[in-house]
Write a protein that binds this ligand. Structure first.
Ligand code: FE2
Length: 249
């Protein structure tokens, strides 16, 4: 008796195809689960990295604050000057559309670190300074940037330290840079620093109100200050600065 060849579309072939399909589906499901596990692992790694980066940033900031407090501790009347300037500076930089790297704040906080090299007798001399004494004080931006030279995590923040006494018209120091030659963050700093100096009591004069500070800063736009930064500052309401001042009192 001769057997008939099975038809290609017979029930066995269908069963075999179904079995193959099921196997493929099973394999696909396994692969999918594996991918989901990889994705979950990756998410966990990113999360841990983020936590570590935040911790690192917190310890950087604590170190920077310790250093800036050590400088300011000599100078009782300025209180939290560096913190307020940093807060004002970050706000103005945002408004001016300047790229705000996290380390920018560190530059604001450390701007006067070079004053550690200025003797008390000069820094706190009540009367007029001699030319030589003025020379000693005016070296603090260079000394500050030298002190921080090898601190890599500060990045461009060191430019704020070196150039925070430059003037838009080129009459500042230490390098007499003009206009946009001055790093943007240092141009922001100049406005923030003056704003805080004017609106806090100093031994030689009482604080002025926000209005008067605005007029004073406006008056020096284009000479001491970058007009674009002054404009950005002008668009920020007094309440924003008052809030930052209270938060850093
Ligand atoms: Fe300074």
């Amino acid at each position: 008796m001769s057997s008939q060849p099975r038809s290609q579309s017979g029930p066995d072939t269908v069963a075999a195809l179904r079995a193959r399909l099921e196997r493929l589906e099973h394999e696909a499901a396994l692969r999918q689960r594996q991918l989901e596990r990889y994705a979950a692992d990756l998410r966990e790694v990113f999360k841990q990295e983020r936590v570590r980066a935040q911790e690192l940033r917190r310890s950087y900031k604590a170190t920077v604050l310790a250093l800036s407090n050590a400088v300011e501790a000599r100078d009782a009347y300025t209180g939290q000057h560096a913190e307020r300037v940093a807060a004002y500076g970050m706000r103005i930089a945002h408004a001016a559309g300047i790229r705000v790297d996290p380390e920018l704040e560190f530059g604001f906080l450390l701007h006067d670190v070079g004053k550690v090299a200025v003797p008390d007798a000069v820094l706190f001399k009540p009367g007029r300074l001699t030319e030589e004494e003025r020379g000693v004080i005016s070296r603090h931006p260079e000394i500050g940037s030298e002190i921080l030279r090898d601190v890599d995590f500060l990045g461009d923040a060191k430019l704020v330290v070196r150039h925070h006494h430059e003037r838009w018209d080129g009459g500042g120091y230490p390098d007499g840079l003009i206009g946009e030659e001055i790093p943007a963050a240092a141009r922001v700093f100049a406005v923030a620093d003056t704003l805080d100096a004017l609106t806090t009591d100093r031994p030689y004069r009482a604080a002025v109100g926000w209005d008067e500070a605005r007029r004073e800063i406006e008056r020096h736009s284009g000479t001491q200050f970058d007009p674009a930064i002054v404009n950005a500052y002008a668009g920020i309401p007094d309440e924003a600065f008052a809030y930052l001042r209270d938060a850093n009192a």
